[in-house]
Design a protein around this ligand. Structure first.
Ligand code: SAM
Ligand code: SF4
Length: 339
């Protein structure tokens, strides 16, 4: 029997789930991780079976879009087993089906996995890429090689996946590459989104004011070159979009700090250990691993815990750079919640 859908206290239907499947990564991006990271013991992570059960429960509860993230999702062992299982929930199902299965990746493993992802029903991927310059790429990611990511993007396009590039706007690092990045994406038929760096992490400089580049400045740079028209495409998320009139390209801006984007929020996040966060910018959480492990063959306690958590989803986040002393940063790395 289909379950009643998830509706939060502000009448927002919860239809979008982002799941971080690992805290590990082959990169150490400066705004995301420390140089030396201690990763979680394997036993703390949800197994593939637990991940599949948990995501399946959310789909039964009306989730239509599932985004897999991390850490780097494609470095988790046997990750395709999980994608295959979730791919089987795409389309119409008696308990409810997914409209979309997608992932956010740093692109390093796409050459290896793009075709399998497409075979699982993935149609689009978001690839994070902040620069087209070898040396800067190495400096930002601390471990990554640009050529490998560019080759991964080629592989994704060859496999028929639609690629969107996510660029974190970083003062002093890629503010001189706004136009080249937009031209490069445009020439390859890829959408592009600029993201403001968020006050995440626990590296001692959580406010990240040194790197903060408002995307309004990115937009001004683009507007000096092209004619931009706002497009009223709201996805329930923080992105706003413009169309470049000269090329037809679509460019997005994610401004979690300078605008409040919460009123249409339709999403929740789960970490690789099964912690459900009802809001990216708040610390309230629910432990879904306990009901998964304590009741391995009965989903009722899991579903009850999900419902209790959604019933306290807050109205919005508290990030605010104008409050220097207490700016609402939450003490967890982006790699834990997956952005
Ligand atoms: N490893 C994958 C990747 O890099 O795409 C997925 C996980 S990563 C945490 C998800 C997104 O979060 C990436 O686009 C990354 O650039 C972004 N991100 C990480 N730390 C951030 C921060 N402090 N502020 C804004 N975006 C951040
Ligand atoms: Fe890894 Fe993605 Fe974080 Fe970079 S942003 S360190 S690629 S998880």
């Amino acid at each position: 029997m289909p379950c009643a859908p998830l509706i939060d206290p502000f009448a927002r239907p919860i239809t979008y789930l982002r799941v971080s499947v690992t805290d590990r990564c082959d990169f150490r991006c400066v705004y995301c991780m420390a140089e030396e990271m201690t990763f979680l013991p394997k036993a703390d992570l949800l197994s593939h079976e637990e991940l599949t059960r948990m995501c399946g429960a959310f789909v039964d509860l009306g989730v239509k879009k599932l985004r897999i993230t991390g850490g780097e999702p494609l470095v988790r062992r046997d990750i395709m087993t999980f994608f295959e299982a979730m791919g089987r929930r795409l389309g119409a199902h008696p308990g409810g089906g997914l409209d979309e299965l997608t992932l956010t990746t740093n692109g390093s493993q796409l050459r290896r996995f793009a075709k399998q992802l497409a075979d699982c029903g993935v149609k689009r991927v978001n690839v994070s890429l902040d620069t087209l310059d070898d040396a800067k790429f190495a400096a930002i990611t601390r471990r990554g090689r640009l050529a490998q990511v560019l080759d991964g993007i080629d592989a994704a396009q060859e496999a028929g996946l639609r690629v969107k590039i996510n660029v974190v706007a970083l003062k002093g690092a890629n503010d001189d590459e706004i136009i080249p990045l937009a031209e490069w994406c445009g020439s390859r038929g890829m959408d592009l989104t600029f993201i403001e760096v968020m006050p995440m992490g626990d590296l001692g400089n959580e406010d990240r004011l040194d790197q903060f580049l408002p995307v309004s400045e990115v937009r001004e740079t683009l507007a000096a070159r092209w004619r931009l028209t706002d497009i009223p495409l709201r996805t329930g998320g923080p992105a706003r979009y413009v169309r470049v009139e000269e090329t037809g390209q679509r460019i997005g801006f994610i401004t979690p700090l300078t605008h409040n984007f919460c009123e249409g929020c339709n999403r929740v996040r789960v970490t690789c250990t099964g912690t459900l966060y009802m809001c990216l910018g708040q610390n309230d959480q629910a432990d879904l691993r306990a009901p998964l492990r304590e009741h391995p063959t009965d989903d009722a306690p899991l579903i009850a815990e999900i419902r209790r958590a959604i019933a306290r989803k807050p109205k919005g986040h508290d990030f605010d750079y104008s409050r220097r002393e207490d700016f609402g940063a939450v003490a967890r790395h982006m790699s834990v919640t997956g952005g």
